[in-house]
Design a protein around this ligand. Structure first.
Ligand SMILES: *Cc1c(COP(=O)(O)O)cnc(C)c1O
Length: 402
């Protein structure tokens, strides 16, 4: 199932199960093996430069290429309709691989003003220190994006749905604005997964996933992925993967590959459960706002319907003085775990305080801060709705909310 044109003809459930995999030629094992070897026995001499590895090279060293990791990469390419995929030790390793391989001193990076806090801090601190002009913008304000994306802009970085407000970015419109100025577009599609959205087909040049989340799906392996064209992947592969070296363990790649087989089924269940919990919360007298892209009350619901085949399992909600009941969320919930991360089969909840995020990660002011507050108020409870029975999840939340 390596042939890309063959893959295009297959359904997504079939791809999730079979893409990248084939029975072992020696044992005829049906399930994939794990190849943990860091090095491979060579039949002829090879060079030591990352720049000289021929496309048809055998396996040489696992930081360059590993058969188990490659299976995962082939499956993800097929699901995302992307030519090339490289996997990393974490979502942040994938994120750094793109940022540090593509950007150089003097370039401008235009980044969503609300996104994964690790990405926000990496850009505002580390990239700025290296002389990259980092500008943050509300990507749902197209006029502001047009003003921010100048000729000096090398990359535009979006995340949709965006952490923690569930703001939706119009990928095709942002791609058009970026490309008019000769910039490239990166979309962190972790919350959406390839089941909901395929950003490459909407004009994005790079797609990022934290595989730790829905793709793995069970909260027991960390990983990250970059998807791009063959041409764009060359720098990611040499600089980001081989030189920066944040490669994924074959064991984690194997676990995530196994998780992906059920991704289409899991996403259906995550969506159905999240809708039930969102409706319960929206009807609850103490809850002042629910942000779930699948609810008609979400400000970007129409765009979400157009761009997403599945609304995913992530939602945020607000109550008056939300920060005051964090301790109760930790002590009274019997099913939902109070924990960071998301996309697991277990439901997770955590408080994301606006002032805290502003002083540490986002540092917004003026109109941008106001726009953030219009969505998130003083803070939100972010819920990753898992695969339990939704009635049990609502009952659990009612233990705290009354
Ligand atoms: C978790 C996450 C990341 C970082 O991924 P890790 O695997 O934790 O390094 C990046 N982007 C988004 C949207 C995430 O949720």
């Amino acid at each position: 199932m390596t042939d890309q044109s063959e893959n295009k003809k297959k359904g997504r459930n079939t791809l999730a199960v079979h893409a990248g995999e084939r029975p072992d030629p020696n044992t005829r094992a049906s399930a994939p093996n794990i190849v943990m070897s860091s090095t491979f026995v060579l039949d002829e001499p090879v060079g030591f430069s990352a720049y000289d590895i021929p496309d048809e090279a055998p396996y040489i060293y696992s930081r360059w290429r590993n058969p188990t990791v490659q299976q995962l990469e082939e499956k993800l390419s097929a699901l995302e309709n992307a030519r090339a995929c490289r996997c990393f030790a974490s979502g942040m390793a994938a994120t750094s691989a793109v940022l540090f391989s593509v950007l150089k001193t003097g370039d401008r990076l235009v980044m969503s003003d609300a996104n994964y806090p690790g990405t926000a801090e990496l850009a505002r601190n580390d990239l700025a220190r290296m002389g990259i002009d980092v500008v943050t913008v509300d990507l749902s304000d197209l006029q502001a994006v047009e003003q921010a994306v100048t000729q000096e802009t090398a990359l535009v970085w979006g995340e949709t749905p965006a952490n923690p407000t569930m703001r939706i970015t119009d990928i095709s419109k942002i791609a058009q604005i970026a490309h008019q100025q000769g910039a490239r577009l990166v979309i962190d599609s972790t919350f959406a997964t390839p089941i909901a959205t395929r950003p490459m087909t909407l004009g994005a040049d790079y797609v990022i996933h934290s595989l730790t989340k829905y793709c793995c799906g069970h909260g027991d392996a960390m990983g990250g992925a970059v998807l791009a064209s063959d041409e764009d992947m060359r720098a990611i592969e040499t600089d980001g993967q081989i030189h920066m070296g944040g490669v994924i363990s074959p064991f984690n790649a194997w676990l995530i590959n196994r998780g992906l087989a059920t991704l289409p089924l899991r996403m259906k269940a995550h969506q159905a459960n999240a809708m039930a919990v969102a409706q319960f919360l929206e009807a609850h007298p103490r809850v002042t706002k629910v942000l779930y892209p699948g609810l008609p009350s979400h400000p970007h619901h129409e765009l979400a319907k157009k761009q997403m085949d599945n609304f995913s399992g992530m939602l945020s909600f607000q109550i008056d003085n939300g920060a005051d009941i964090v301790a109760q969320m930790m002590s009274k919930l019997q099913i939902i775990h109070y924990a960071v991360s998301l996309g697991h089969h277990r439901s997770l909840i955590c408080w994301m305080d606006t002032d805290d995020l502003m002083s540490s990660s986002y540092r917004l002011s003026g109109k941008q801060l106001q726009a953030y507050r219009d969505f998130a108020g003083d803070g939100v409870y972010r819920v990753s709705v898992g695969l339990e029975d939704p009635e049990d999840l609502c009952e659990d939340l009612a233990r705290v909310l009354g």
